[in-house]
Design a binder for this molecule. Structure first.
Ligand SMILES: NC(=O)c1ccc[n+]([C@@H]2O[C@H](COP(=O)([O-])OP(=O)(O)OC[C@H]3O[C@@H](n4cnc5c(N)ncnc54)[C@H](OP(=O)(O)O)[C@@H]3O)[C@@H](O)[C@H]2O)c1
Length: 261
């Protein structure tokens, strides 16, 4: 398989952090976007030292109105060839109990931000006739999930968008992938309001998920991370939809704090 730098060029932009290590290890310079300044700085120093690549950081809340402006200012002099839209947040609990702030932040981070960043950066890839976009969706994007209804729907949006956008981008030689992890050991899995650890799911490491994404981009438009997650998703999709949702909902309700049900 061709090297990522040959396929996409020398710069990748990653929201969140998970992919940054593996991309830097493959020789790409990285722009990392996240909110926590100190953490970003440590990551950037580590990547630059360990892999001898250039790293830029953009410390911004992706749900802010001016997020794209900040990112554009930090990247206007370089060509972003690979865009990895990984930042996301799950919001557990009964939808009706969510505050308007929580509801809208979820949509802004999981849907609006990736859509806007894609429009901005994929538009610039077209004249170069090369580039790639990885959207991080979720297994629940295929199935839906009571007690995480809005989060799961936001991931369905990303999955469906990525599949269709992949076809539009074919004629421009730009690769698009929707990567759907199942339960993954990250900070998000320790999300307040639910004991996700109690779910009977096969847990994966974030690094394994990222490596699947980097292997599959350019080969297919959508992938579920891991064989067991793929089999579980297929099984749920073969069942009557409401029955599968009821079963999943029962599990999620059990894992959700009582005050949020
Ligand atoms: N973990 C799972 O079980 C799981 C399962 C399926 C799908 N996913 C998907 O995988 C992706 C990554 O999630 P994860 O589990 O890796 O979560 P994570 O470890 O909590 O990482 C999320 C990353 O996004 C950044 N981020 C979060 N909110 C942000 C904001 N408003 N503005 C800018 N950056 C923000 C965080 O950095 P800062 O906090 O410093 O901003 C962090 O680097 C998400 O799209 C998630 O939906 C996760």
């Amino acid at each position: 398989m061709e090297k990522l730098t040959t396929r996409y060029g020398s710069w990748a932009l990653v929201t969140g952090e998970q992919f940054a290590h593996q991309l830097a290890a493959q020789g790409l310079n990285i722009v990392v976007v996240a909110r926590r300044t100190e953490r970003l700085k440590n990551l950037a120093d580590g990547l630059a030292k360990q892999h001898n690549v250039e790293v830029r950081t953009v410390c911004v809340d992706l749900t802010a109105d001016d997020a794209l402006e900040h990112i554009d200012a930090a990247t206007s002099d370089i060509e972003i060839g690979l865009l990895v839209l990984n930042a996301g947040a799950a919001v557990p609990g009964a939808f009706i109990k969510q505050s308007s702030e929580t509801r809208l932040r979820n949509i802004r981070l999981n849907v609006q931000s990736p859509i806007e960043l894609t429009h901005h950066f994929a538009g610039k890839m077209i004249p170069r006739k090369k580039g790639g976009v990885i959207f991080v969706s979720s297994m629940v994007g295929y199935t839906g999930s009571p007690y995480m209804a809005s989060y799961a729907a936001s991931k369905s949006f990303i999955l469906q968008f990525a599949r269709a956008f992949a076809i539009e981008m074919n004629e421009h030689s730009i690769d698009v992938l929707s990567l759907s992890p199942g339960a993954t050991r990250t900070e998000m899995a320790q999300t307040e309001g639910a004991d996700l650890d109690s779910l009977p799911m096969p847990w994966m490491d974030a690094s394994r998920v990222a490596s699947i994404g980097l292997k599959k981009i350019g080969r297919k438009p959508a992938v579920i991370a891991g064989k067991r997650n793929t089999a579980m998703t297929l099984m749920m999709r073969m069942m009557p939809r409401q029955l599968a949702l009821k079963m999943f909902g029962k599990m999620m309700r059990g894992a959700t704090d009582e005050s949020l049900r």
